[in-house]
Design a protein around this ligand. Structure first.
Ligand code: 5GP
Length: 191
Protein backbone atom coordinates (compact mmCIF):
# COMPACT_ATOMS: atom_id res chain seq x y z
CA UNK A 1 0.00 0.00 0.00
CA UNK A 2 1.67 3.11 -1.26
CA UNK A 3 0.75 5.48 1.57
CA UNK A 4 2.27 3.09 4.06
CA UNK A 5 5.50 2.75 2.11
CA UNK A 6 5.82 6.45 1.34
CA UNK A 7 4.76 8.17 4.47
CA UNK A 8 5.37 5.93 7.34
CA UNK A 9 7.69 2.99 7.25
CA UNK A 10 10.43 5.30 6.17
CA UNK A 11 9.98 7.07 9.51
CA UNK A 12 10.71 3.74 11.14
CA UNK A 13 14.05 2.94 12.71
CA UNK A 14 15.80 -0.35 12.32
CA UNK A 15 16.71 -1.75 15.69
CA UNK A 16 18.91 -4.67 16.67
CA UNK A 17 18.01 -8.14 15.38
CA UNK A 18 16.04 -7.10 12.30
CA UNK A 19 13.33 -5.36 14.29
CA UNK A 20 11.71 -2.37 12.63
CA UNK A 21 10.52 0.24 15.10
CA UNK A 22 7.30 1.92 14.10
CA UNK A 23 6.58 3.55 17.44
CA UNK A 24 5.57 6.90 15.99
CA UNK A 25 2.35 5.61 14.42
CA UNK A 26 1.66 1.98 15.34
CA UNK A 27 3.47 0.44 18.29
CA UNK A 28 3.60 3.15 20.94
CA UNK A 29 1.88 6.26 19.67
CA UNK A 30 -1.04 5.36 17.40
CA UNK A 31 -1.91 7.65 14.49
CA UNK A 32 -5.60 6.75 14.54
CA UNK A 33 -6.55 8.52 11.31
CA UNK A 34 -3.78 6.82 9.41
CA UNK A 35 -4.32 3.36 10.93
CA UNK A 36 -8.01 3.73 10.21
CA UNK A 37 -7.12 4.12 6.52
CA UNK A 38 -5.29 0.80 6.76
CA UNK A 39 -8.41 -0.71 8.35
CA UNK A 40 -10.45 0.53 5.40
CA UNK A 41 -8.08 -1.26 3.04
CA UNK A 42 -8.45 -4.53 5.01
CA UNK A 43 -12.20 -4.06 4.71
CA UNK A 44 -11.93 -3.63 0.94
CA UNK A 45 -9.90 -6.84 0.72
CA UNK A 46 -12.06 -9.03 2.97
CA UNK A 47 -15.54 -7.50 2.88
CA UNK A 48 -17.07 -10.34 0.83
CA UNK A 49 -16.10 -12.97 3.38
CA UNK A 50 -18.88 -12.71 5.97
CA UNK A 51 -16.45 -11.99 8.79
CA UNK A 52 -18.02 -12.41 12.24
CA UNK A 53 -15.01 -11.59 14.41
CA UNK A 54 -11.52 -10.14 14.29
CA UNK A 55 -8.82 -11.90 16.28
CA UNK A 56 -5.48 -10.37 17.25
CA UNK A 57 -2.81 -10.72 19.92
CA UNK A 58 -1.99 -8.29 22.70
CA UNK A 59 -0.63 -5.72 22.74
CA UNK A 60 0.43 -4.18 19.48
CA UNK A 61 -2.26 -5.77 17.29
CA UNK A 62 -5.15 -4.34 19.29
CA UNK A 63 -5.14 -0.80 17.89
CA UNK A 64 -5.13 -1.80 14.23
CA UNK A 65 -7.65 -4.58 14.89
CA UNK A 66 -10.11 -2.15 16.51
CA UNK A 67 -9.73 0.45 13.79
CA UNK A 68 -10.36 -2.30 11.22
CA UNK A 69 -13.34 -3.76 13.09
CA UNK A 70 -15.27 -0.50 12.88
CA UNK A 71 -15.67 -1.10 9.10
CA UNK A 72 -16.79 -4.72 9.51
CA UNK A 73 -18.95 -3.83 12.50
CA UNK A 74 -17.83 -6.95 14.38
CA UNK A 75 -16.16 -7.48 17.78
CA UNK A 76 -12.42 -7.76 18.30
CA UNK A 77 -11.08 -10.59 20.44
CA UNK A 78 -7.46 -10.36 21.51
CA UNK A 79 -5.47 -13.34 22.65
CA UNK A 80 -3.94 -12.60 26.03
CA UNK A 81 -0.42 -13.41 27.06
CA UNK A 82 0.12 -15.25 30.31
CA UNK A 83 3.25 -16.66 31.94
CA UNK A 84 1.28 -19.77 32.79
CA UNK A 85 -2.28 -20.59 31.85
CA UNK A 86 -2.83 -23.66 34.03
CA UNK A 87 -4.89 -21.69 36.50
CA UNK A 88 -7.65 -20.84 34.03
CA UNK A 89 -10.55 -23.03 32.98
CA UNK A 90 -12.45 -22.92 29.69
CA UNK A 91 -9.77 -21.45 27.48
CA UNK A 92 -8.00 -22.29 24.26
CA UNK A 93 -4.21 -21.96 24.48
CA UNK A 94 -1.23 -21.97 22.13
CA UNK A 95 2.49 -21.31 22.33
CA UNK A 96 4.28 -18.40 20.62
CA UNK A 97 7.99 -17.88 20.10
CA UNK A 98 8.39 -14.15 20.35
CA UNK A 99 10.52 -12.77 17.56
CA UNK A 100 11.05 -9.42 19.25
CA UNK A 101 11.52 -10.65 22.84
CA UNK A 102 13.30 -13.91 21.99
CA UNK A 103 11.30 -16.07 24.38
CA UNK A 104 8.44 -18.54 24.35
CA UNK A 105 5.14 -17.66 25.97
CA UNK A 106 1.56 -18.91 25.96
CA UNK A 107 -1.50 -17.09 24.74
CA UNK A 108 -5.09 -17.82 25.58
CA UNK A 109 -8.63 -16.93 24.54
CA UNK A 110 -11.74 -17.67 26.57
CA UNK A 111 -14.00 -20.29 24.97
CA UNK A 112 -16.80 -17.78 25.49
CA UNK A 113 -15.54 -15.57 22.68
CA UNK A 114 -14.82 -17.91 19.75
CA UNK A 115 -17.12 -20.67 18.59
CA UNK A 116 -17.64 -23.00 15.66
CA UNK A 117 -19.93 -20.58 13.81
CA UNK A 118 -17.31 -17.85 13.60
CA UNK A 119 -15.59 -16.72 10.39
CA UNK A 120 -12.48 -15.08 11.71
CA UNK A 121 -10.17 -12.49 10.22
CA UNK A 122 -6.81 -12.27 11.98
CA UNK A 123 -5.20 -8.84 12.09
CA UNK A 124 -1.66 -8.15 13.26
CA UNK A 125 0.98 -5.48 12.91
CA UNK A 126 3.93 -7.61 11.69
CA UNK A 127 4.54 -10.98 10.11
CA UNK A 128 8.11 -12.24 10.59
CA UNK A 129 8.64 -15.95 11.32
CA UNK A 130 4.95 -16.73 11.55
CA UNK A 131 4.82 -17.96 15.14
CA UNK A 132 2.18 -15.47 16.34
CA UNK A 133 -0.08 -16.18 13.34
CA UNK A 134 0.35 -19.96 13.64
CA UNK A 135 -0.67 -19.77 17.30
CA UNK A 136 -3.77 -17.71 16.50
CA UNK A 137 -4.75 -20.14 13.72
CA UNK A 138 -4.35 -23.03 16.15
CA UNK A 139 -6.71 -21.35 18.66
CA UNK A 140 -9.27 -20.89 15.88
CA UNK A 141 -8.93 -24.53 14.83
CA UNK A 142 -9.37 -25.69 18.43
CA UNK A 143 -12.62 -23.72 18.60
CA UNK A 144 -13.85 -25.35 15.37
CA UNK A 145 -14.14 -21.88 13.79
CA UNK A 146 -12.93 -20.85 10.33
CA UNK A 147 -9.85 -18.73 9.56
CA UNK A 148 -10.92 -16.58 6.64
CA UNK A 149 -7.52 -14.94 6.30
CA UNK A 150 -4.93 -12.68 7.85
CA UNK A 151 -4.48 -8.96 7.34
CA UNK A 152 -0.96 -7.85 8.17
CA UNK A 153 0.28 -4.27 8.21
CA UNK A 154 3.95 -5.05 7.51
CA UNK A 155 5.25 -8.39 6.26
CA UNK A 156 8.98 -8.93 6.44
CA UNK A 157 9.09 -11.00 3.29
CA UNK A 158 12.74 -11.93 3.81
CA UNK A 159 11.65 -14.05 6.77
CA UNK A 160 9.82 -17.35 6.44
CA UNK A 161 6.45 -16.55 8.08
CA UNK A 162 4.60 -15.58 4.90
CA UNK A 163 5.47 -18.85 3.18
CA UNK A 164 4.63 -20.97 6.22
CA UNK A 165 1.18 -19.44 6.62
CA UNK A 166 0.35 -19.39 2.88
CA UNK A 167 1.41 -23.05 2.68
CA UNK A 168 -1.32 -23.71 5.27
CA UNK A 169 -3.78 -22.42 2.64
CA UNK A 170 -4.53 -19.31 4.66
CA UNK A 171 -5.03 -16.14 2.64
CA UNK A 172 -2.50 -13.53 3.79
CA UNK A 173 -2.88 -9.90 2.71
CA UNK A 174 -0.01 -7.63 3.70
CA UNK A 175 -0.26 -3.89 3.13
CA UNK A 176 3.51 -3.53 2.78
CA UNK A 177 6.11 -6.22 2.13
CA UNK A 178 9.74 -5.61 3.01
CA UNK A 179 12.31 -7.28 0.81
CA UNK A 180 15.29 -6.31 2.92
CA UNK A 181 16.26 -3.83 5.58
CA UNK A 182 19.51 -2.68 7.14
CA UNK A 183 20.92 0.45 8.69
CA UNK A 184 22.93 1.09 5.53
CA UNK A 185 20.19 0.51 2.94
CA UNK A 186 17.16 1.41 5.06
CA UNK A 187 13.90 -0.34 4.20
CA UNK A 188 13.60 -1.83 0.70
CA UNK A 189 10.12 -2.93 -0.38
CA UNK A 190 9.13 -5.79 -2.65
CA UNK A 191 8.02 -4.45 -6.00
P1 5GP B 1 6.38 -13.69 14.14
O1 5GP B 1 5.59 -14.46 15.17
O2 5GP B 1 5.74 -13.68 12.78
O3 5GP B 1 7.84 -14.08 14.12
O4 5GP B 1 6.41 -12.18 14.63
C1 5GP B 1 5.21 -11.45 14.67
C2 5GP B 1 5.09 -10.68 15.95
O5 5GP B 1 6.36 -10.18 16.40
C3 5GP B 1 4.20 -9.47 15.72
O6 5GP B 1 3.03 -9.67 16.47
C4 5GP B 1 5.01 -8.28 16.19
O7 5GP B 1 4.47 -7.81 17.40
C5 5GP B 1 6.40 -8.78 16.43
N1 5GP B 1 7.37 -8.35 15.39
C6 5GP B 1 8.01 -9.16 14.49
N2 5GP B 1 8.87 -8.45 13.75
C7 5GP B 1 8.78 -7.17 14.17
C8 5GP B 1 9.44 -5.95 13.78
O8 5GP B 1 10.32 -5.90 12.89
N3 5GP B 1 9.06 -4.82 14.43
C9 5GP B 1 8.14 -4.82 15.43
N4 5GP B 1 7.83 -3.65 15.98
N5 5GP B 1 7.49 -5.94 15.82
C10 5GP B 1 7.82 -7.12 15.21
Amino acid sequence: MKILEDRKINDGQIGKGNVLKVDSFLNHQIDTGFISELGKEFYRLFKGENITKILTIEASGIGVACLTAQYFNVPVVFAKKAPTVNIYADIYTAKVNSFTHKKEYEIYVSKQFINKDDNILIIDDFLAKGSALSALISLINDAGAKTVGAGIVIEKAFQEGGKIIRDMNVRVESLARIKEMSEEKGVVFCS
